[in-house]
Design a protein around this ligand. Structure first.
Ligand code: NAD
Ligand code: DAU
Length: 355
């Protein structure tokens, strides 16, 4: 059998491929557009080993997807591909609507046609797993209960609205056509291969390069951090055991304020790579203008996935951030490879203050 994974040259999809091949020999076909966020180097070892094939293409290209499905006859399609960065969605929402909503629609149409034509047994076994985010639920106050699967959708950014739209399409394809779908809504991931525009890798690399560490607003916004490999394991288990048409919230019960996250990173770097002048990396923390529409707090109630699927995260924030900081210190070749080209151009246009 084979699975098709969209967006696996990116952060979570790439980690998912590593995680998958530590547990399975089942081949993986990756469909990825290789945008600024897609880096084949992330999965190069599996491409070289011949168990993983990378097809450069757009999920919105229905004919391309139909051709891949006909050629590889997968038992599942796992859908990670997306435009994923909130700040970029504020500067330019168009790509987010195109990929996250229109692209997911085209992908669903190709998958529906393939699935409809399958024989009874492979048809019953087939799964479409949609990887989504807790941001679709909007923002919590400090005293609100955590997001559950029944929390009403209230997306606040163009990114989260586009992901909410894709979630609704997936839901509708199950409800209307009976497509065997599963949806996961996960909190903030961190770990290896995280593109250095997101909070944790940006802070690690800016610190090492002696640049300001830009904390938005008062730094008191809260995110619920999950080590990426724990998310990958959740997805693997939902694929195997999830009930069709259901959604599962995935989170690490690790609610931390942004400023505290940055201070933990600085303390780790102070210990592992002390600055020559003896000062702490924390001296580089700089408060900058807030993100427009900045959600105050996200928190996930993972009761359903724990009770139904039996999933639990393996890493605490303490162990996960250790592994992450160490990875960034040791993998300079990967970091250099993503900090070039389109990414650099975009950063210099939109974030010139940080360079
Ligand atoms: P990422 O930006 O690192 O990777 C996205 C990948 O999708 C890249 O390889 C990119 O080239 C590819 N891609 C983009 N547009 C495409 C298109 N039109 N066709 C084919 N490929 C395309 O994102 P990520 O952080 O790995 O997120 C993966 C998924 O998980 C997304 O759906 C995101 O919404 C969701 N998610 C992310 C987080 C997080 O903390 N990063 C948390 C919850 C959910
Ligand atoms: O909650 C899940 C979501 O987490 C995913 O769906 C998104 O794809 C992913 O990018 C992430 O979104 P966030 O907006 O929470 O992540 P980001 O790393 O961009 O920011 C985390 C927090 O840190 C947020 O409150 C904004 C703040 N921040 C971010 C950056 C890049 C700063 O204070 N300074 C920064 O430079």
């Amino acid at each position: 059998m084979t699975i098709i994974v969209t967006g696996a040259a990116g952060f979570i999809g790439g980690n998912f491929v590593h995680h998958w091949f530590e547990r399975s020999e089942e081949p993986v076909v990756v469909l990825d557009k290789l945008t600024y966020a897609g880096n084949p180097a992330t999965i190069q070892s599996h491409l070289d080993a011949g168990r993983c094939t990378l097809v450069q293409g757009d999920i919105g290209d229905r004919a391309l997807v139909a051709g891949l499905l006909a050629e590889h006859r997968p038992r599942a399609v796992l859908h990670f591909a997306a435009e994923s960065h909130v700040d970029r969605s504020i500067h330019g929402p168009g790509e987010f609507i195109q990929t996250n909503m229109v692209g997911t629609f085209e992908l669903l149409e190709a998958v529906r046609a393939y699935w409809s034509a399958l024989e009874a047994e492979p048809k019953a076994a087939f799964r479409f797993l949609h990887v989504s985010t807790d941001e679709v639920y909007g923002s919590l106050s400090e005293t609100d209960p955590a997001f559950s699967e029944t929390t009403p959708y209230a997306p606040n950014s163009p990114y989260s609205a586009s992901k909410a739209g894709s979630d609704h399409l997936v839901r509708a394809y199950h409800h209307t056509y009976g497509l065997p779908t599963l949806t996961t809504n996960c909190s903030n991931n961190y770990g290896p291969y995280h593109f250095p525009e997101k909070l944790i890798p940006l802070m690690i690399l800016n610190a090492l390069e002696g640049k300001p560490l830009p904390v938005y607003g008062d730094g008191q916004n809260i995110r619920d951090w999950l080590y990426v490999r724990d998310h990958c394991e959740a997805i693997r288990q939902v694929l195997a055991k999830g009930r069709l048409g259901e959604t599962y919230n995935v989170g690490g019960k690790n609610e931390i304020r942004n400023l505290d996250v940055v201070q933990v990173i600085c303390a780790k770097l102070d210990a592992l790579r002390p600055k020559a002048d003896g000062t702490s990396y924390a001296s580089q923390i700089t408060f900058v203008a807030d993100r427009p529409g900045h959600d105050r707090r996200y928190a996930i109630d993972p009761t359903k996935i724990e009770a139904e699927i039996g999933w639990q995260p393996a890493e605490s924030f303490e162990t996960g951030i250790d592994k992450t900081v160490t990875w960034y210190l040791e993998n300079t070749a990967w970091i250099d490879s993503v900090r070039t080209g389109a990414y650099r151009e975009w950063v210099s246009k939109n974030y010139s203050a940080r360079d």
